[in-house]
Design a protein around this ligand. Structure first.
Ligand code: CP
Length: 308
C-alpha cells in the first residue's frame, strides 16, 4: 500500500501505485454517490477553501462540487473583493484564513511553486492541493486525464499519445507527461510550433515531432492544448489561421490517428484555433467526459489529503 498523500502539489515522481489508487478511489466515489445524485458525509465538519488567484471554470467549480458532495463546508475566496487587492501578502492572507480553522486549501496561482510555498508555511494539519501553478503543474487535471484514458484504454503499456499545441506554457502537459510516464505509456509525442515547445530535457522520455500529420499517426489519444495567450508576449502570438492550418485538429487530421482515437482537451477551448468544432463536438470527443471525471477525481483527492 503506497503512503497517503498529505498534500498534492505535483505528479512528478508520484509512484504508479499512488496514481492507480487515486483513480480507483475516483471510480468508487462515482459509484458511491451514484454519479453525483447522492451526497456522502465523509468530510462532514471539514472546511475547504478555494483560493484562486487566476480565473477558472472547471477546476474551481468541480472542487466546490466535490467538497459539497462529500459533506464539507466550502469557502470560495473572492480575490477581487479580498484584502489582497489592498496589498496584503500571500502568507498574511494564508495565516488569517487558517485562524478561521480550515482543513484544506485548494490554490491556483500564476507563479510556479506557490502551492509548495504554502505547504512550507501552512499550519500543521492543513492540506494544500494545487489547482494549477504557472506552467509547472496541474495535478488533478493530470489525474482526470488518466482516468478518462484508462476507462477506454486500460493498458497503458500499449498506449500511444500525442500532446499538441502550446506545450511550453502548459502545466497540463507537464502533469500529463509525469502521469503517463509513471503508468508506463508506450509512446508520448509532443508537437507544436518551435517557439511554443519546451527544452527537450524538460520532457525526458517524450519524442518531439514537428509535423502534426506525422505526430498524430496511429495514436490512441490526442490531447490538444489551448494557446495560452495570457502567458505570451504579444510578439510571440502566432497568426491564428496559420496556426490552425499547421497544428489545428480537424476531421482530416483525426483520420490519421488510430481507430477510435480519444480526443481530449483540458479546456477552455479556442475553437477554430487549436481544434475544429467538428472534432470538439464529434463522436470521438472525450472533452465533457474529462470534465465529469474531474469531480470524482477531486472527491478522491480531497478524501486522500484529509485522511478519509
Ligand atoms: N482545465 C482547467 O484547468 O480549466 P479551468 O481553467 O476552467 O479550471
Amino acid at each position: 500500500m503506497s503512503q497517503r498523500l498529505r498534500h498534492l502539489t505535483s505528479l512528478e515522481n508520484m509512484p504508479s501505485a499512488t496514481i492507480e489508487r487515486l483513480l480507483d478511489r475516483a471510480v468508487s466515489m462515482r459509484d458511491a454517490c451514484a454519479h453525483g445524485t447522492r451526497k456522502l458525509d465523509l468530510l462532514a465538519g471539514r472546511t475547504v477553501l478555494n483560493l484562486f488567484f487566476e480565473p477558472s471554470t472547471r477546476t474551481r467549480t468541480s472542487f466546490e462540487l466535490a467538497a459539497r458532495r462529500l459533506g464539507a463546508d466550502v469557502i470560495n475566496f473572492d480575490i477581487g473583493l479580498s484584502s489582497t487587492s489592498k496589498g496584503e501578502a500571500l502568507f498574511d492572507t494564508l495565516h488569517t484564513l487558517e485562524a478561521m480553522h480550515l482543513d484544506t486549501i485548494v490554490v491556483r496561482h500564476k507563479i510556479s511553486g506557490t502551492p509548495d510555498e504554502l505547504v512550507r508555511h501552512a499550519m500543521s494539519g492543513v492540506a494544500v492541493i494545487n489547482a494549477g501553478d504557472g506552467n509547472r503543474a496541474h495535478p488533478t487535471q493530470g489525474l482526470l486525464d488518466m482516468l478518462t484514458i484508462r476507462e477506454h484504454r486500460p493498458d497503458f503499456r500499449q498506449l500511444k499519445v500525442v500532446i499538441c499545441g502550446d506545450v511550453k506554457h502548459s502545466r497540463v502537459a507537464r502533469s500529463d507527461v509525469h502521469a503517463l510516464r509513471a503508468l508506463g505509456a508506450k509512446e508520448i509525442r509532443l508537437c507544436g510550433p518551435a517557439g511554443l515547445m519546451p527544452e527537450a530535457s524538460e520532457f525526458p522520455g517524450c519524442t518531439i515531432v514537428e509535423n502534426f500529420d506525422e505526430a498524430i499517426e496511429g495514436v490512441d489519444a490526442v490531447i490538444m492544448l489551448r494557446l495560452q495567450k495570457e502567458r505570451m508576449a504579444s510578439t510571440d502570438l502566432p497568426d491564428e489561421a496559420a496556426y490552425f492550418e499547421r497544428f489545428g485538429l480537424d476531421n482530416r487530421r483525426l483520420a490519421l490517428a488510430g481507430k477510435g482515437c480519444l480526443v481530449m482537451h483540458p479546456g477552455p477551448l479556442n475553437r477554430g484555433i487549436e481544434i475544429a468544432s467538428e472534432v470538439a463536438d464529434g463522436p470521438q470527443s472525450r472533452i465533457l467526459e474529462q470534465v465529469g471525471n474531474g469531480v470524482f477525481v477531486r472527491m478522491a483527492v480531497l478524501c486522500e489529503v484529509m485522511g478519509r
